[in-house]
Design a protein around this ligand. Sequence first.
Ligand SMILES: [Zn+2]
Length: 253
Amino acid sequence: MKKLLLLSLFTIILKPVLGFTILIDPGHGGEDNGAESKIFIKKGKWKPVKEKDIALSLAKKIHYELGKRKFNSYLTRSVDRTVTLAERADLAEKIKADIFISVHVNSSRKNQPRGFETYYLNNHKDSVVKKVEDIENKNLRGEELIINNILMDLVIDRTVKSSKSLAVNVHSEILGLVGKRYRLKDRGVKPGLFYVLALTKRPAILLEVGFLSNSRELRKIMGTTFQKRYARAVAIGIEKYIKKRTKIEPSLL
Ligand SMILES: [Zn+2]
């Protein structure tokens, strides 16, 4: 009996690290550039910047940080290629991902808006949330829209609590390790209705790293040191979420 207890304790402690699979989703890709901007190089010279490239660079670093912590982690794309929302969700199913993290960079028509925010899947609606959703959902095909309308209610009910907890854990690490140091504006943890999150049918969050439409913020986000710190914060947040979850609900293992 004692042996059995020890064995199950051992499983509870080890399983979170060894058994958890995380799918990192760099937003957009291929023919879908996401938001676009440009960065000043020198007098008269500007370099075009695409959201899909920053998202990929950050996602790869998060993938690396999770690997260092012995998590199984995968990327929905590791190169610049087009991946439909359905393909991203299919991969989550195929690898039996426990968590889905979509990485994006925000944009605004005005150049003042700045800051980072973390979304979790919910059907809550307000005008600010709707605006961001429009940008991130704009490449949705009709067929996917129909599937999602059917799935939405079922999925949200099952995952909303876990998704919110994951969002809170990751967001607070970003705030502590990156937000303060780089003087980023904390735009908070918000509910959102993103189809890519709904389709994946598991606890999922969408990160908006900052605004590439704000030139000062874009410069920070493009920095390698910033990206490494950001990736580490996300990985630590995920780790904390998993540890808390497995402590409260060992039956989930
Ligand atoms: Zn995006």
